[in-house]
Design a protein around this ligand. Sequence first.
Ligand code: ZN
Length: 111
Amino acid sequence: MPKKPKTHRPKNAPTRKEQNAAYDARRADDWIRKLYFSARWIALRLIILARDPYCKRCERYGIATPSDTVNHIVKARDAPERFFDEDNLEGVCAPCHSGEIQREERNAEKS
Ligand SMILES: [Zn+2]
């Protein structure tokens, strides 16, 4: 059986384990991410999903898809003060949230 050649890693370069630890530390420190674990958000997202039972994006195309994700219309990072603002929230389906909306946000960042 051939052996896998050793991977070259420059001296002092962080190992994969160290890189992963640094990434986890950055994420744990992210205060917007923490808001998603708050009791206030967990309760509010259920209220929004009850208010918008069908995906707001699919609705535009006349399709009724149950919503299962709450989207920040103005991105949470752009307007953290509107994180819990019901007028800034809409119920969407997961495919719309991970597809259309994130594509819009990426395009907005580019311009
Ligand atoms: Zn949808």
